[in-house]
Design a binder for this molecule. Structure first.
Ligand code: GDP
Ligand code: MG
Length: 421
């Protein structure tokens, strides 16, 4: 009897050692390990919504590699304090579920909202690495590398005297306590960080600051598009766009041949199969682009001329305009396009109250994505995301990768980042 007891004790001790090993080592079988590890990331506060969507893909593909060895979960950074969201109160942050179908993201890699992270783990993070370029700039030939360096740019974190060496910093409206704080000069892509993260065995959760510093592992490749496809918009935004297309543009998925599968993983995309609604869509980026990209941004008159030409070419009479231009400019454009039907999305105040600037922008993007023909703005990530959506829907590339010209009558058209399948 005593012998049996001893064997049980030895066996339990063996299990415990295994578990500790599993917590500390990066060699556990996936699913073997009960302990979850969390990757948090943040982006330069100056970046807009649509570049941030791109950074998600870079980080999501890093997590895709990390979950092969450990039980990682990606924490979704809340949305707030965006320069263009002028109707959103400063300091208010929105969860991803306001804009994206989080269940769909979870079909690609495990993700949770920041609020759920706080509930599970509290406001603590093991390590924070704030990414930065090398102070001396690019050095010689291309080489992937990173080094711990003094911080060269402003960040949110500070030491608090008298506390165990921790750092504290406001992150998405919450004060986060960080055990190990490092500024990391890096040149490379998302997976350049793999060894660093794998070596950091003490920290169950790791925050990567200024994540836009790293590039894609493979921009436009298979994994890029898989992650991109998982980023479906939230149902309430899709439904709003569907209603608007039906009522204002005589457009629906059956006639437009833009029906999608319930699960994006079942999608078989056929290029050129999508027809699109009976309208052309235009993304006319104004505001800061007029200042920053002057010669490449058309005057309203030149924009109207290009839109008219396209309507004639496509044998259509309706143009849907998505723009950040002030109302007066939109009215001027409508006047310049007299004789044609010019449509603009104006939300009901209840919808606006709930989903605000971010929600409206997405409805604009969905409506642009479903048009027979799309033309966007030079170097706008807002336009790029529409082009990707159209690739996923199966439009012919000639109807998608187009931009309005500025001063010059003809101009270089956007690169065709075609979906890989
Ligand atoms: N509703 C709406 N908002 C827009 C439009 N164009 C720009 N915006 C707003 O301005 C922001 C532009 O910033 P960003 O997403 O960084 O795209 P980019 O600056 O064009 O590359 C968007 O996120 C929107 O909030 C538009 O056509 N419709
Ligand atoms: Mg921007």
């Amino acid at each position: 009897m005593r012998k049996v007891g001893e064997i049980v004790v030895i066996f339990l001790a063996f299990l415990m050692v295994q578990n500790v090993k599993c917590e500390l080592k990066d060699s556990c079988e996936r699913g073997d390990q009960k302990i979850k590890r969390y990757l948090l990331y943040d982006v330069n506060p100056g970046e807009g919504f649509n570049l941030r969507r791109d950074v998600y893909i870079r980080i999501a593909n890093l997590v895709r590699k990390l979950i092969k060895v450990d039980n990682w979960v990606l924490v979704l950074p809340p949305w707030g304090n965006l320069y263009h969201w002028q109707n959103v109160q400063y300091g208010l942050y929105a969860p991803w579920k306001n804009f994206f179908d989080v269940a769909s993201l979870n079909k690609w890699i495990p993700v949770i909202e920041f609020d759920d992270y706080l509930k599970a783990e509290g406001s603590k993070v093991g390590s924070a690495y704030i990414l930065q370029h090398y102070a001396e700039g690019w050095t010689g030939r291309w080489e992937e590398k990173y080094d711990k360096k003094p911080c060269i740019q402003k960040h949110n974190f500070h030491h608090r005297v008298g506390l165990d060496g921790s750092w504290f910093g406001q992150t998405w409206g919450t004060e986060i306590q960080v055990q190990n704080f490092t500024c990391l000069s890096i040149q490379g892509q998302a997976s350049t960080l793999l060894p660093l993260i794998k070596q950091d065995l003490k920290s169950r959760s790791i925050l990567i600051g200024r994540a836009e510093t790293i590039l894609h592992d493979e921009y436009g490749g298979k994994w890029y598009w898989a992650a991109r496809q998982s980023m479906r918009f939230a149902n309430h935004l899709q439904e709003e766009a569907t209603r608007f297309r039906k009522n204002q543009l005589d457009s629906d998925d059956v006639h437009d041949k833009t029906e999608v599968k319930e699960d994006w993983r079942d999608t078989k995309i056929k290029r050129g199969a999508a027809v699109g609604g009976p309208y052309i869509s235009v993304h006319l980026r104004r505001k800061d682009f007029i200042r920053a990209r002057g010669d490449e941004v058309p005057t309203l008159k030149r924009a109207a001329q290009q839109i008219k030409n396209l309507l004639k070419k496509e044998n259509l009479t309706t143009a849907f305009i998505a723009t950040d231009a002030p109302t007066e400019d939109f009215q001027d454009l409508t006047t310049l396009l007299s004789g044609y039907k010019v449509v603009h999305y104006e939300p009901h105040p209840d919808f606006f109250q709930l989903w605000n600037d971010g929600g409206i922008a997405i409805v604009d993007q969905i409506v642009c994505s479903h048009a027979r023909y799309f033309i966007g703005s030079y170097e706008s990530t807002f336009s790029f995301r529409i082009q990707e959506e159209r690739e996923i829907l199966g439009f012919h590339e000639n109807t998608t990768f187009n931009r309005l010209c500025g001063k010059k009558a003809s101009c270089e058209q956007p690169a065709k980042w075609r979906i890989v399948y």
